[in-house]
Ligand binder design. Structure first.
Ligand code: 5GP
Length: 120
């Protein structure tokens, strides 16, 4: 039995293009694609192409520092591409209490409407 929705494996399938997604940015290290269940007019996920143990931010090791910076810069490039660079939010849900559901680190890039603070 193949379990695709388990942990981070679903994003491996997106990276391998076995599951279709709408890619908005890609380079050698990261992939950005539209969230299947958008919470704002623009809702994009930015993920490392190689997980390397980075299931969530709370598990980051010193070796991950470079890709973490790369992901954040890619989020800015995505915001520019989407025309929301003057007002957007970057979110990382870490662990069950933050409602993380996919255990492959990802940045949410949200915008295109007035966002509320605190998010709840
Ligand atoms: P989390 O709750 O872990 O921070 O965010 C996971 C996100 O992945 C959710 O916003 C969810 O809608 C999105 N997601 C889950 N499965 C898929 C999928 O197969 N395709 C796309 N494009 N997004 C997905």
């Amino acid at each position: 039995i193949e379990i695709t929705s388990c942990r981070g494996l679903i994003f491996d399938k997106i990276i391998a293009k076995e599951i279709p997604s709408t890619i908005v940015y890609e380079d050698d290290k990261v992939l950005a694609f539209r969230d299947i269940n958008p919470q704002a007019p623009v809702h994009i996920l930015v993920i490392p192409k190689i997980r390397d143990g980075l299931t969530q931010l709370g598990k980051a090791e010193p070796r991950h520092a470079e890709v973490l910076g790369h992901l954040l810069f890619a989020a800015k490039l995505v915001a520019e591409k989407e025309g929301i660079v003057d007002g957007f939010r970057v979110v990382i849900n870490n662990g069950p209490e933050a409602c993380q559901s996919v255990y492959h680190l990802h940045l949410h890039v949200l915008g295109g409407r007035q966002l509320k603070w605190p998010p709840g």
